[in-house]
Design a protein around this ligand. Structure first.
Ligand code: NAD
Length: 500
């Protein structure tokens, strides 16, 4: 457990912080080729933290050239897996050693509570990189079943140059789910953080260099989606593009890949996850506490947010009362105060988006039961109250579209069949949870749910040991676990004729 200190400690540390704000190409920090920058605004108070390099297509050219040169040289791609492992473990240790600085950067940049940055984001990032590193010298290739006159080898090759485009809600974790397996497998990588949360990605590059990752193998290009992101998507010499972000951008990337070099595209996209509470749930209080956390944690800015609470009609009144009570424990506060569990919304655009969904929910006839207002306005930052809607129809906008804020919609159902039908009635299929004491029902419903992660009598379980990703328009491919390596390699069949 990390020492959490107090608000003053973090504020003093924040005041003394200097920000690296440049791109990282071929082992060096560098301004963008055009010299352009953009303002990095802290959602805590709306003030400018620093000006970050705004990369564009020229920087992409430089980074791809560096990444390709490094890859072709074999300096990393042909290094023994055990040697790559050693360097990546050093990288993970350096992240851990700089946890206070990195957690602070994350909190200042995107508004999450410092306690979460320290207790969740840092350990998960360290684990993702170290787990991938540890796995890489234990992965064996295959020998095909052949006759005595030939030998068939099935081997994994690194794909080459990987571009990773990531979102702002868990900037380091999302990046680490890509960086870990991509680098462990021997690829070169170009990381493009969200323009709303660039600082930790930029800092990670320096730590990667310190750990011994060779120049050109790990590059970071901050900037906007329509400039640097687009240039990566259409580049002719990027082999694979891995993405976490919205479904809308994921679809565009698939088009861009098809219109350029058919680079492999792997996407982790949006969600509208159902959290189903049956009347026979083992512990309704526990389910209510989990339902509140499922939408309030990380300000609801979670792809896996339990944003649709499906409750069996016979217990609805009682259960909603318990959820309302559980919501009282979630209050927006100063993100640098270790006691805070809801920080700031990432920026003003996202804040207004959340508020507009709250307006829409009311306009479409849902009953606003809790919250619904902007808060902490005097801070200059972007905060919103945890919000609960009752009497929601699953066809309403707030039940169909991803809000990405602390806004929970409660929908009721009369039986198991209707619960499954409502749960699957979404373009998304990232995750789902169900609460029941009936083992057969748990299995039955879990199998009927069209989602990549299913949680039974809990919400948001998981670890590096299990794959994570979506069905339907929540994306394709999987992050985490050994399955993640599939995205970062080509499978090669080699046939050798044997003579007597
Ligand atoms: P976004 O799609 O707006 O942006 C994601 C990244 O794509 C950013 O780096 C952005 O700059 C870049 N981008 C935007 N337009 C681009 C373009 N035309 N070409 C190339 N790159 C472009 O998403 P966001 O607002 O940063 O993040 C929120 C979304 O991410 C939500 O939909 C959420 O569900 C999703 N998400 C999914 C997962 C998952 O694992 N499934 C995890 C976290 C977040």
């Amino acid at each position: 457990m990390t020492e959490l200190h107090d608000l003053n400690y973090w504020q003093t540390k924040a005041d003394g912080l200097s920000f690296e704000n440049r791109a990282f190409i071929d082992g060096e920090y560098t301004a963008s080729a055009s010299g352009a920058t953009f303002e990095c605004i802290s959602p805590i108070d709306g003030k400018v933290l620093t000006n970050v390099a705004a990369c564009d297509a020229v920087d992409v050219l430089h980074a791809v050239t560096a990444a390709r040169t490094a890859f072709s040289s074999g300096v990393w791609s042909q290094m023994a897996p055990s040697a790559r492992k050693k360097i990546l473990l050093r990288f993970a240790s350096l992240i851990d050693a700089h946890r206070e600085e990195l957690a602070l950067l994350e909190t200042l940049d995107m508004g999450k509570p410092i306690a979460d940055a320290l207790e969740v984001d840092i350990p998960a990032t360290v684990r993702a990189i170290s787990w991938s590193a540890e796995a890489i010298d234990k992965l064996y290739d295959e020998i095909a079943p052949t006759g005595m006159d030939e030998l068939g080898l099935v081997t994994r090759d690194p794909v080459g140059v990987v571009a990773a485009i990531v979102p702002w809600n868990f900037p380091m974790i999302m990046a680490s789910w890509k960086i870990g397996p991509a680098l462990a497998m021997g690829n070169s990588i170009i990381l493009k953080p969200s323009e709303k949360s660039s600082l930790t990605a930029i800092r990670l590059a320096g730590l990667a260099r310190e750990a011994g990752i060779p120049a050109g193998v790990f590059n970071v290009l901050p900037g906007f989606g329509h400039t640097v992101g687009k240039a990566l998507a259409v580049h002719m010499d990027i082999d694979t593009l891995v993405f976490t972000g919205s479904t809308q951008v994921a679809k565009q990337l698939m088009v861009d890949a098809g219109q350029s070099n058919m680079k492999r595209i792997w996407t982790e996209a949006g969600g509208k996850s159902p959290n189903i509470v049956f009347a026979d749930a083992p512990d309704l209080d526990e389910a209510a506490v989990a339902a509140a956390a499922a939408i309030c944690f990380n300000m609801g800015e979670m792809c896996t947010a339990g944003s649709r609470l499906l409750v069996e009609e016979s217990i609805a009144e009682d259960f909603i009362a318990r959820v309302r009570k559980a919501f009282q424990n979630w209050r927006p506060g100063h993100p640098l105060d270790p006691a805070t569990n809801i920080g700031a919304i990432v920026d003003e655009v996202q804040l207004n988006r959340v508020l507009s969904y709250i307006d829409k929910g009311q306009a479409e006839g849902a009953r606003l039961s809790l919250g619904g207002q902007r808060s902490q306005i005097v801070s200059g930052g972007f905060y919103v109250e945890p919000t609960l809607f009752e009497q929601v129809d699953n066809q309403m906008t707030i039940a169909q579209e991803e809000i990405f804020g602390p806004v929970l919609s409660v929908v009721t159902f009369c039986d198991e069949a209707e619960a499954v039908q409502l749960a699957n009635d979404s373009i998304y299929g990232l995750a789902a949870a169900l609460w029941t004491s009936n083992l057969s029902r748990a299995h039955r419903v879990a199998r009927a749910l069209r989602a990549g992660s299913i949680w039974i009598n809990q919400y948001d379980g998981g670890d590096m040991t299990a794959p994570f990703g979506g069905y339907k328009q929540s994306g394709n491919g999987r992050d985490k676990s050994l399955h993640a390596f599939d995205k970062y390699c080509e499978i090669k069949a080699t046939w050798i004729k044997l003579t007597s």
